[in-house]
Design a protein. Structure first.
Length: 461
Protein backbone atom coordinates (compact mmCIF):
# COMPACT_ATOMS: atom_id res chain seq x y z
CA UNK A 1 0.00 0.00 0.00
CA UNK A 2 1.58 3.30 0.97
CA UNK A 3 5.28 4.05 0.86
CA UNK A 4 7.00 7.46 1.04
CA UNK A 5 9.97 10.06 1.16
CA UNK A 6 12.00 12.90 2.49
CA UNK A 7 10.40 15.34 4.93
CA UNK A 8 13.39 17.63 5.19
CA UNK A 9 13.64 20.89 3.29
CA UNK A 10 17.20 21.81 4.12
CA UNK A 11 18.69 20.18 1.04
CA UNK A 12 18.20 21.71 -2.42
CA UNK A 13 16.03 18.89 -3.71
CA UNK A 14 15.68 20.55 -7.07
CA UNK A 15 19.39 20.96 -7.38
CA UNK A 16 21.79 19.20 -9.70
CA UNK A 17 21.80 15.67 -10.91
CA UNK A 18 21.87 12.75 -8.46
CA UNK A 19 25.64 12.87 -8.48
CA UNK A 20 25.42 16.01 -6.39
CA UNK A 21 23.46 14.32 -3.66
CA UNK A 22 24.77 14.56 -0.15
CA UNK A 23 26.79 11.98 1.78
CA UNK A 24 25.98 8.90 -0.20
CA UNK A 25 28.40 6.15 -1.13
CA UNK A 26 30.12 6.61 -4.49
CA UNK A 27 28.32 3.72 -6.17
CA UNK A 28 25.01 5.48 -5.58
CA UNK A 29 26.04 8.91 -6.73
CA UNK A 30 27.53 7.70 -9.97
CA UNK A 31 25.33 6.92 -13.00
CA UNK A 32 26.43 3.28 -12.85
CA UNK A 33 22.92 1.78 -12.68
CA UNK A 34 21.98 3.06 -16.12
CA UNK A 35 25.19 1.66 -17.49
CA UNK A 36 24.53 -1.65 -15.88
CA UNK A 37 21.03 -1.57 -17.30
CA UNK A 38 22.32 -1.15 -20.80
CA UNK A 39 24.74 -4.01 -20.27
CA UNK A 40 21.83 -6.15 -19.17
CA UNK A 41 19.71 -5.12 -22.13
CA UNK A 42 22.39 -6.26 -24.50
CA UNK A 43 22.01 -9.84 -23.39
CA UNK A 44 19.04 -12.11 -23.89
CA UNK A 45 18.16 -11.83 -20.23
CA UNK A 46 20.33 -10.59 -17.37
CA UNK A 47 18.30 -12.45 -14.72
CA UNK A 48 17.23 -11.38 -11.26
CA UNK A 49 20.77 -11.61 -9.90
CA UNK A 50 21.84 -8.71 -12.12
CA UNK A 51 19.18 -6.48 -10.55
CA UNK A 52 20.59 -7.02 -7.08
CA UNK A 53 24.01 -5.87 -8.28
CA UNK A 54 22.59 -2.33 -8.31
CA UNK A 55 23.10 -1.09 -4.78
CA UNK A 56 20.34 1.50 -4.86
CA UNK A 57 17.83 -1.13 -5.92
CA UNK A 58 18.86 -3.28 -2.96
CA UNK A 59 17.98 -0.39 -0.66
CA UNK A 60 14.60 0.11 -2.35
CA UNK A 61 13.93 -3.63 -2.16
CA UNK A 62 14.66 -3.86 1.58
CA UNK A 63 12.61 -0.71 2.23
CA UNK A 64 9.76 -2.32 0.30
CA UNK A 65 9.93 -5.37 2.57
CA UNK A 66 9.62 -3.23 5.69
CA UNK A 67 6.86 -1.05 4.28
CA UNK A 68 4.92 -4.03 3.01
CA UNK A 69 5.22 -5.75 6.37
CA UNK A 70 3.82 -2.63 7.95
CA UNK A 71 0.85 -2.56 5.60
CA UNK A 72 -0.07 -6.24 5.95
CA UNK A 73 0.28 -6.46 9.72
CA UNK A 74 -1.47 -3.13 10.28
CA UNK A 75 -4.43 -4.30 8.16
CA UNK A 76 -4.79 -7.46 10.21
CA UNK A 77 -4.22 -5.77 13.57
CA UNK A 78 -6.65 -2.97 12.76
CA UNK A 79 -9.31 -5.44 11.67
CA UNK A 80 -8.97 -7.33 14.95
CA UNK A 81 -8.93 -4.07 16.94
CA UNK A 82 -12.10 -2.74 15.30
CA UNK A 83 -13.88 -6.03 15.91
CA UNK A 84 -12.76 -6.08 19.55
CA UNK A 85 -14.10 -2.56 20.05
CA UNK A 86 -17.40 -2.97 18.18
CA UNK A 87 -18.08 -6.73 17.90
CA UNK A 88 -19.34 -5.83 14.42
CA UNK A 89 -18.30 -8.09 11.51
CA UNK A 90 -19.43 -5.36 9.09
CA UNK A 91 -17.13 -2.70 10.54
CA UNK A 92 -14.32 -5.21 10.83
CA UNK A 93 -14.56 -6.19 7.15
CA UNK A 94 -14.93 -2.54 6.20
CA UNK A 95 -11.32 -1.95 7.25
CA UNK A 96 -10.23 -4.15 4.33
CA UNK A 97 -12.59 -2.48 1.86
CA UNK A 98 -11.22 0.91 2.86
CA UNK A 99 -7.85 -0.27 1.59
CA UNK A 100 -9.22 -0.26 -1.98
CA UNK A 101 -11.72 2.56 -2.28
CA UNK A 102 -9.49 5.60 -1.57
CA UNK A 103 -6.98 4.50 -4.22
CA UNK A 104 -9.06 6.20 -6.89
CA UNK A 105 -9.09 9.47 -4.94
CA UNK A 106 -5.38 9.49 -4.22
CA UNK A 107 -4.47 8.29 -7.68
CA UNK A 108 -6.38 11.07 -9.45
CA UNK A 109 -6.06 14.04 -7.09
CA UNK A 110 -2.46 13.52 -6.05
CA UNK A 111 -0.97 11.96 -9.18
CA UNK A 112 0.49 15.27 -10.33
CA UNK A 113 2.74 15.47 -7.27
CA UNK A 114 4.75 12.47 -8.43
CA UNK A 115 6.35 14.44 -11.29
CA UNK A 116 6.36 17.90 -9.72
CA UNK A 117 8.23 17.00 -6.52
CA UNK A 118 11.57 15.21 -6.01
CA UNK A 119 10.83 11.48 -5.90
CA UNK A 120 12.88 10.70 -2.79
CA UNK A 121 11.01 13.34 -0.84
CA UNK A 122 7.67 11.85 -1.88
CA UNK A 123 8.67 8.34 -0.86
CA UNK A 124 10.01 9.33 2.54
CA UNK A 125 7.11 11.65 3.37
CA UNK A 126 4.60 8.93 2.47
CA UNK A 127 6.28 6.42 4.79
CA UNK A 128 6.41 8.98 7.58
CA UNK A 129 2.77 9.86 6.98
CA UNK A 130 1.81 6.19 7.29
CA UNK A 131 3.90 5.84 10.44
CA UNK A 132 2.07 8.83 11.91
CA UNK A 133 -1.35 7.43 11.03
CA UNK A 134 -0.52 4.08 12.61
CA UNK A 135 0.88 5.82 15.70
CA UNK A 136 -2.48 7.58 16.16
CA UNK A 137 -4.22 4.19 15.87
CA UNK A 138 -2.16 2.99 18.83
CA UNK A 139 -3.57 5.70 21.12
CA UNK A 140 -6.23 3.99 23.31
CA UNK A 141 -8.59 7.00 23.17
CA UNK A 142 -8.84 6.92 19.36
CA UNK A 143 -12.49 6.20 18.43
CA UNK A 144 -13.46 3.66 15.79
CA UNK A 145 -14.53 6.33 13.29
CA UNK A 146 -11.10 7.91 13.49
CA UNK A 147 -9.43 4.49 13.11
CA UNK A 148 -11.32 3.96 9.86
CA UNK A 149 -10.50 7.49 8.70
CA UNK A 150 -6.81 6.86 9.35
CA UNK A 151 -7.08 3.63 7.37
CA UNK A 152 -8.51 5.66 4.48
CA UNK A 153 -5.72 8.22 4.77
CA UNK A 154 -3.07 5.51 4.41
CA UNK A 155 -4.84 4.15 1.36
CA UNK A 156 -5.04 7.60 -0.25
CA UNK A 157 -1.26 8.04 -0.28
CA UNK A 158 -0.59 4.46 -1.37
CA UNK A 159 -0.92 5.05 -5.15
CA UNK A 160 1.33 8.11 -4.88
CA UNK A 161 4.01 6.07 -3.16
CA UNK A 162 3.70 3.11 -5.50
CA UNK A 163 3.66 5.21 -8.65
CA UNK A 164 6.66 7.23 -7.52
CA UNK A 165 8.61 4.12 -6.60
CA UNK A 166 7.83 2.52 -9.96
CA UNK A 167 8.97 5.62 -11.83
CA UNK A 168 12.10 5.79 -9.69
CA UNK A 169 12.95 2.21 -10.59
CA UNK A 170 13.30 3.35 -14.19
CA UNK A 171 15.78 6.00 -13.01
CA UNK A 172 17.73 3.44 -10.99
CA UNK A 173 17.69 0.49 -13.40
CA UNK A 174 17.21 2.14 -16.78
CA UNK A 175 14.21 1.61 -19.02
CA UNK A 176 15.06 -1.86 -20.30
CA UNK A 177 15.22 -5.39 -18.98
CA UNK A 178 16.56 -4.57 -15.54
CA UNK A 179 13.57 -2.31 -14.88
CA UNK A 180 11.23 -5.13 -15.88
CA UNK A 181 12.97 -7.60 -13.57
CA UNK A 182 13.08 -5.10 -10.72
CA UNK A 183 9.34 -4.49 -11.02
CA UNK A 184 8.80 -8.22 -11.13
CA UNK A 185 10.74 -8.75 -7.91
CA UNK A 186 8.66 -6.17 -6.07
CA UNK A 187 5.47 -7.79 -7.36
CA UNK A 188 6.67 -11.23 -6.28
CA UNK A 189 7.36 -9.91 -2.80
CA UNK A 190 3.89 -8.38 -2.66
CA UNK A 191 2.28 -11.65 -3.75
CA UNK A 192 4.34 -13.54 -1.18
CA UNK A 193 2.95 -11.22 1.47
CA UNK A 194 -0.47 -12.73 0.76
CA UNK A 195 0.94 -16.10 1.72
CA UNK A 196 3.09 -15.18 4.72
CA UNK A 197 2.14 -11.70 5.86
CA UNK A 198 -1.12 -12.58 7.53
CA UNK A 199 0.49 -15.63 9.11
CA UNK A 200 3.21 -13.43 10.61
CA UNK A 201 0.58 -10.96 11.78
CA UNK A 202 -1.48 -13.76 13.32
CA UNK A 203 1.52 -15.02 15.27
CA UNK A 204 2.34 -11.49 16.39
CA UNK A 205 -1.20 -10.99 17.65
CA UNK A 206 -0.85 -14.07 19.85
CA UNK A 207 2.06 -12.37 21.60
CA UNK A 208 0.94 -8.73 21.75
CA UNK A 209 -2.48 -7.02 21.67
CA UNK A 210 -3.67 -5.35 18.44
CA UNK A 211 -2.42 -1.91 19.47
CA UNK A 212 0.97 -3.42 20.26
CA UNK A 213 1.11 -4.95 16.78
CA UNK A 214 0.22 -1.56 15.31
CA UNK A 215 3.11 -0.01 17.22
CA UNK A 216 5.43 -2.53 15.59
CA UNK A 217 4.15 -1.60 12.13
CA UNK A 218 4.72 2.10 12.82
CA UNK A 219 8.36 1.17 13.37
CA UNK A 220 8.55 -0.70 10.06
CA UNK A 221 7.34 2.41 8.21
CA UNK A 222 9.98 4.50 9.97
CA UNK A 223 12.69 2.01 9.00
CA UNK A 224 11.52 2.14 5.38
CA UNK A 225 11.63 5.95 5.42
CA UNK A 226 15.14 5.95 6.89
CA UNK A 227 16.43 3.49 4.30
CA UNK A 228 14.99 5.50 1.43
CA UNK A 229 16.31 8.79 2.84
CA UNK A 230 19.86 7.60 3.40
CA UNK A 231 20.23 4.92 0.75
CA UNK A 232 18.76 6.43 -2.40
CA UNK A 233 19.98 9.23 -4.64
CA UNK A 234 18.46 12.70 -4.54
CA UNK A 235 16.89 13.36 -7.94
CA UNK A 236 15.15 16.50 -9.16
CA UNK A 237 11.48 16.60 -10.08
CA UNK A 238 10.74 15.29 -13.57
CA UNK A 239 8.52 18.22 -14.51
CA UNK A 240 8.41 21.86 -13.50
CA UNK A 241 5.98 22.82 -10.76
CA UNK A 242 3.90 24.87 -13.18
CA UNK A 243 3.65 22.25 -15.90
CA UNK A 244 0.88 19.70 -16.23
CA UNK A 245 -0.72 20.63 -12.92
CA UNK A 246 -3.98 19.15 -11.63
CA UNK A 247 -6.45 17.38 -13.88
CA UNK A 248 -4.99 18.94 -17.01
CA UNK A 249 -1.84 16.89 -16.50
CA UNK A 250 -3.88 13.75 -15.87
CA UNK A 251 -5.85 14.38 -19.04
CA UNK A 252 -2.60 14.91 -20.94
CA UNK A 253 -1.57 11.38 -19.95
CA UNK A 254 -4.93 9.77 -20.73
CA UNK A 255 -5.21 11.63 -24.03
CA UNK A 256 -2.35 9.50 -25.34
CA UNK A 257 -4.15 6.55 -26.91
CA UNK A 258 -1.18 4.21 -26.62
CA UNK A 259 -0.75 4.90 -22.90
CA UNK A 260 -4.50 4.62 -22.39
CA UNK A 261 -4.59 1.24 -24.12
CA UNK A 262 -1.70 -0.02 -22.02
CA UNK A 263 -3.43 1.07 -18.83
CA UNK A 264 -6.54 -0.76 -19.96
CA UNK A 265 -4.54 -3.96 -20.30
CA UNK A 266 -3.21 -3.46 -16.77
CA UNK A 267 -6.71 -2.87 -15.40
CA UNK A 268 -8.93 -5.44 -17.11
CA UNK A 269 -7.22 -8.69 -15.95
CA UNK A 270 -7.34 -7.98 -12.18
CA UNK A 271 -10.98 -6.87 -12.47
CA UNK A 272 -11.88 -10.49 -13.23
CA UNK A 273 -8.96 -12.32 -11.63
CA UNK A 274 -10.05 -11.44 -8.07
CA UNK A 275 -13.48 -13.09 -8.39
CA UNK A 276 -12.51 -16.62 -7.18
CA UNK A 277 -10.54 -15.17 -4.25
CA UNK A 278 -13.45 -12.95 -3.25
CA UNK A 279 -15.77 -15.96 -3.34
CA UNK A 280 -13.37 -18.54 -1.89
CA UNK A 281 -15.16 -18.80 1.45
CA UNK A 282 -18.66 -19.11 -0.08
CA UNK A 283 -17.35 -21.69 -2.56
CA UNK A 284 -15.76 -23.75 0.21
CA UNK A 285 -19.10 -23.69 1.97
CA UNK A 286 -20.93 -24.57 -1.26
CA UNK A 287 -18.91 -27.76 -1.77
CA UNK A 288 -18.69 -28.49 1.95
CA UNK A 289 -14.94 -28.50 2.59
CA UNK A 290 -12.86 -27.56 5.61
CA UNK A 291 -11.11 -24.31 6.42
CA UNK A 292 -7.81 -25.99 5.48
CA UNK A 293 -9.17 -26.49 1.97
CA UNK A 294 -10.24 -22.85 1.97
CA UNK A 295 -6.64 -21.89 2.72
CA UNK A 296 -5.49 -23.92 -0.28
CA UNK A 297 -7.94 -22.10 -2.54
CA UNK A 298 -6.77 -18.76 -1.24
CA UNK A 299 -3.10 -19.63 -1.83
CA UNK A 300 -3.38 -21.19 -5.29
CA UNK A 301 -3.67 -17.95 -7.29
CA UNK A 302 -0.74 -16.07 -5.68
CA UNK A 303 1.42 -19.21 -5.84
CA UNK A 304 0.68 -19.47 -9.56
CA UNK A 305 1.47 -15.79 -10.05
CA UNK A 306 4.81 -16.08 -8.26
CA UNK A 307 5.71 -19.22 -10.22
CA UNK A 308 4.84 -17.63 -13.56
CA UNK A 309 6.81 -14.46 -12.89
CA UNK A 310 9.85 -16.31 -11.59
CA UNK A 311 9.90 -18.57 -14.63
CA UNK A 312 9.51 -15.71 -17.10
CA UNK A 313 12.10 -13.57 -15.36
CA UNK A 314 14.63 -16.37 -14.93
CA UNK A 315 14.34 -18.41 -18.12
CA UNK A 316 12.82 -16.20 -20.82
CA UNK A 317 14.60 -13.45 -22.71
CA UNK A 318 13.18 -9.99 -23.22
CA UNK A 319 11.97 -10.69 -26.76
CA UNK A 320 10.13 -13.85 -25.70
CA UNK A 321 8.50 -12.07 -22.76
CA UNK A 322 7.26 -9.43 -25.18
CA UNK A 323 5.81 -12.04 -27.57
CA UNK A 324 3.80 -13.81 -24.86
CA UNK A 325 2.11 -10.70 -23.48
CA UNK A 326 -1.08 -10.82 -25.54
CA UNK A 327 -1.50 -14.63 -25.65
CA UNK A 328 -1.17 -14.94 -21.89
CA UNK A 329 -3.22 -11.84 -21.13
CA UNK A 330 -6.26 -12.81 -23.19
CA UNK A 331 -6.29 -16.37 -21.82
CA UNK A 332 -5.68 -15.34 -18.22
CA UNK A 333 -9.16 -16.12 -16.88
CA UNK A 334 -10.01 -19.01 -19.21
CA UNK A 335 -9.01 -21.55 -16.50
CA UNK A 336 -12.00 -20.30 -14.49
CA UNK A 337 -14.19 -22.29 -16.89
CA UNK A 338 -13.06 -25.35 -14.92
CA UNK A 339 -15.42 -24.14 -12.18
CA UNK A 340 -18.43 -24.87 -14.41
CA UNK A 341 -19.01 -28.46 -13.17
CA UNK A 342 -18.59 -27.33 -9.53
CA UNK A 343 -15.23 -29.07 -9.08
CA UNK A 344 -13.60 -30.23 -5.89
CA UNK A 345 -10.67 -28.50 -4.28
CA UNK A 346 -7.88 -30.10 -6.39
CA UNK A 347 -9.34 -29.05 -9.76
CA UNK A 348 -10.40 -25.62 -8.48
CA UNK A 349 -6.91 -25.03 -7.06
CA UNK A 350 -5.37 -26.13 -10.38
CA UNK A 351 -7.57 -23.64 -12.24
CA UNK A 352 -6.48 -20.85 -9.92
CA UNK A 353 -2.81 -21.81 -10.21
CA UNK A 354 -2.99 -21.78 -14.02
CA UNK A 355 -4.75 -18.42 -14.01
CA UNK A 356 -2.09 -17.01 -11.72
CA UNK A 357 0.74 -18.36 -13.86
CA UNK A 358 -0.51 -16.41 -16.88
CA UNK A 359 0.41 -13.29 -14.93
CA UNK A 360 3.88 -13.68 -16.46
CA UNK A 361 2.57 -11.39 -19.22
CA UNK A 362 3.10 -8.41 -16.90
CA UNK A 363 6.88 -8.43 -17.43
CA UNK A 364 6.53 -7.66 -21.13
CA UNK A 365 3.71 -5.23 -20.45
CA UNK A 366 5.92 -3.30 -18.02
CA UNK A 367 8.53 -2.88 -20.76
CA UNK A 368 5.92 -1.55 -23.19
CA UNK A 369 4.52 0.86 -20.62
CA UNK A 370 7.78 2.47 -19.56
CA UNK A 371 8.71 2.84 -23.23
CA UNK A 372 5.42 4.52 -24.13
CA UNK A 373 5.26 7.13 -21.36
CA UNK A 374 7.30 10.36 -21.71
CA UNK A 375 9.71 10.75 -18.81
CA UNK A 376 8.13 14.03 -17.64
CA UNK A 377 4.79 12.20 -17.19
CA UNK A 378 6.14 8.91 -15.90
CA UNK A 379 5.32 9.36 -12.22
CA UNK A 380 1.78 10.53 -12.91
CA UNK A 381 1.12 7.76 -15.44
CA UNK A 382 2.38 5.03 -13.12
CA UNK A 383 0.39 6.43 -10.21
CA UNK A 384 -2.78 6.42 -12.31
CA UNK A 385 -2.06 2.90 -13.47
CA UNK A 386 -1.51 1.68 -9.89
CA UNK A 387 -4.61 3.45 -8.59
CA UNK A 388 -6.70 1.94 -11.37
CA UNK A 389 -5.45 -1.58 -10.67
CA UNK A 390 -6.40 -1.37 -7.00
CA UNK A 391 -9.75 0.27 -7.74
CA UNK A 392 -10.85 -2.35 -10.25
CA UNK A 393 -9.96 -5.10 -7.80
CA UNK A 394 -12.34 -3.56 -5.29
CA UNK A 395 -14.99 -3.30 -7.99
CA UNK A 396 -14.38 -6.91 -9.02
CA UNK A 397 -14.76 -8.15 -5.46
CA UNK A 398 -17.96 -6.17 -4.95
CA UNK A 399 -19.37 -7.35 -8.28
CA UNK A 400 -18.56 -10.97 -7.45
CA UNK A 401 -20.42 -10.69 -4.16
CA UNK A 402 -23.47 -9.18 -5.83
CA UNK A 403 -23.53 -11.83 -8.56
CA UNK A 404 -23.21 -14.62 -5.99
CA UNK A 405 -26.43 -13.39 -4.38
CA UNK A 406 -28.32 -14.46 -7.49
CA UNK A 407 -26.35 -17.42 -8.85
CA UNK A 408 -24.31 -20.34 -7.49
CA UNK A 409 -20.70 -19.45 -6.76
CA UNK A 410 -19.27 -21.93 -9.27
CA UNK A 411 -21.48 -20.46 -12.01
CA UNK A 412 -20.31 -16.93 -11.16
CA UNK A 413 -16.65 -17.93 -11.40
CA UNK A 414 -17.17 -19.84 -14.65
CA UNK A 415 -19.14 -16.91 -16.09
CA UNK A 416 -16.24 -14.67 -15.14
CA UNK A 417 -14.03 -16.82 -17.34
CA UNK A 418 -16.30 -16.15 -20.32
CA UNK A 419 -17.02 -12.47 -19.75
CA UNK A 420 -13.43 -11.73 -18.77
CA UNK A 421 -12.03 -13.37 -21.89
CA UNK A 422 -14.35 -11.34 -24.13
CA UNK A 423 -13.29 -8.11 -22.41
CA UNK A 424 -9.61 -9.07 -22.62
CA UNK A 425 -9.91 -9.75 -26.34
CA UNK A 426 -11.44 -6.30 -26.77
CA UNK A 427 -8.62 -4.74 -24.72
CA UNK A 428 -6.03 -6.57 -26.82
CA UNK A 429 -7.67 -5.34 -30.01
CA UNK A 430 -7.51 -1.76 -28.74
CA UNK A 431 -3.89 -2.34 -27.81
CA UNK A 432 -3.07 -3.36 -31.37
CA UNK A 433 -5.07 -0.52 -32.87
CA UNK A 434 -3.31 2.00 -30.64
CA UNK A 435 0.12 0.80 -31.68
CA UNK A 436 1.19 0.39 -28.06
CA UNK A 437 3.10 -2.84 -28.39
CA UNK A 438 6.76 -2.81 -29.26
CA UNK A 439 9.82 -5.00 -29.38
CA UNK A 440 11.35 -5.39 -25.94
CA UNK A 441 14.68 -3.72 -25.49
CA UNK A 442 13.81 -0.85 -27.83
CA UNK A 443 12.73 1.50 -25.11
CA UNK A 444 13.84 4.85 -26.33
CA UNK A 445 10.34 6.25 -25.99
CA UNK A 446 10.82 6.57 -22.28
CA UNK A 447 12.97 9.65 -22.87
CA UNK A 448 10.97 12.49 -24.31
CA UNK A 449 8.16 10.26 -25.51
CA UNK A 450 9.72 9.10 -28.77
CA UNK A 451 8.29 5.94 -30.21
CA UNK A 452 10.67 2.98 -29.95
CA UNK A 453 11.97 1.36 -33.11
CA UNK A 454 9.94 -1.55 -34.30
CA UNK A 455 6.80 -0.43 -32.49
CA UNK A 456 4.20 -1.45 -34.98
CA UNK A 457 0.91 -0.92 -33.26
CA UNK A 458 0.15 -3.28 -30.38
CA UNK A 459 0.68 -3.31 -26.67
CA UNK A 460 1.24 -5.72 -24.25
CA UNK A 461 0.83 -5.58 -14.89
Amino acid sequence: MPKHDDPTTTLPETGPEPTAAAPLPPPLSAPAPAGLASVGQASAGPGYRAVFRVREFRVVFVAHLFSLLGVVVSELALTVLVYDLTRSPLLSSLTFALGFLPYLVGGTLLAGLTDRLPPRRILVVCDLFCAGCVALMVVPATPVAVLLALRCAIAVVSPVFNGTRMATLADILGEGDLFVLGRSLLRIVSQSALLTGFAVGGVLLTVVPPRGALAVTATTFLVSALLLRLGTVRRPARASGAADSGFSGTWAVLRNRRVRALMLMFWVPPLFAVVPEALAAPYADEIGVSTAALGLLMCALPVGTITGELFAGSFLGAVTRSRIVLPLAVTGVLPYLLYAPEPGVPLAAAALFLAGATGAYTLGLDAWFVAAVPEAQRGRAMTLMTAGMMTVQGIGMAGAGIAAEFAPVHAVVAGTGVLGTVCLLAAAAELRAAGATGKTGETGAGRGGRRPKGETGLTGM
